[in-house]
Design a protein around this ligand. Sequence first.
Ligand code: ADP
Ligand code: 5GP
Length: 211
Amino acid sequence: MRRRGLLIILSSPSGAGKSTLSKRLMNWDPTLRFSVSATTRAPRPGEEHGRDYYFSTPEEFRGLVGAGQMLEHAEVFGNFYGTPRAPVEAAMAEGRDTLFDVDWQGGQQIRRSALGKDVVSIFILPPSIAALESRLRGRGQDSEEVIAKRMAKSRDEISHWAEYDYVVVNHDLDRAEAELRTILTAERARADRQPGLNDIVRGLNEEFEAR
Ligand code: ADP
Ligand code: 5GP
C-alpha cells in the first residue's frame, strides 16, 4: 500500500522567497508536484501559462469557481487566485506530495477542507521588513505601485504566522532550504504516514518466531 500524498502549504508575505524556495525543493525532490494556480493577474516577464499559473479572465475564473472546480480561492492584491481541485486529488491518489504557494486565506481553506489531515503548513518570514522591500524591488518585476500595495498587505499576511505548523525565517537561502528539507523528511517519517510499516514489522516478528 502506498502512503497518501502530503499537501505542503507555503505562505509568506510577497517577496519573502516562497517561489525561490519552492523551486529549490522541487530540484531536491523531483517527485514533488507544484500546484499550478489559476489567477486573473497579468503574467510577469518570464512566467509561462500552465507552468507558473493558469492565466485566466475574471469570467473564466468565475466559471471554474461556479463549477466547483476550485479547492480554494481568494482575492489577493485585487486579483483572484485559486487552486484547481482535480490535479490535487489525482496526486493524492497516487501518493505524491504537492506543494502549494497560497496566501493565508488559501492555507485556511485547504486546512479546513476534507484533505486537512494531510496538510503540512509552513510560513516563511523575511528577516526584516527592509529585506522584504529590497527583495521585492530586486525581483524587478513589479511597478512601484504594485510594490507599495504588496508591502502594505505584508503586515496582514504576517499576522497569520501562528496558524501554521512550522515557521522558517528566510535569512539565508541555503539554510532556509535545509530547514524545509528537514520538515519534509520528518513529516514523511511519521508513523501514520508509513503504511508499509505493518509489513516490515510483520516480517520482523516472523524472523523472531523462526529463531
Ligand atoms: P515570493 O515568491 O515569496 O514572492 P520570491 O521567491 O519571488 O518571493 O523572492 C523575491 C526575491 O527575493 C527574488 O528576487 C529572490 O531571488 C530573492 N530572495 C529570496 N530569498 C532570498 C534570500 N534568502 N536572500 C536574498 N534574496 C532572496
Ligand atoms: P503573486 O502574484 O506574487 O504570484 O502571488 C500573490 C499572492 O497570491 C501570494 O501570496 C501567493 O501565495 C498567493 N497565491 C498564489 N496562488 C494562490 C492560490 O491559488 N490561492 C490563494 N489563496 N493564494 C494564492
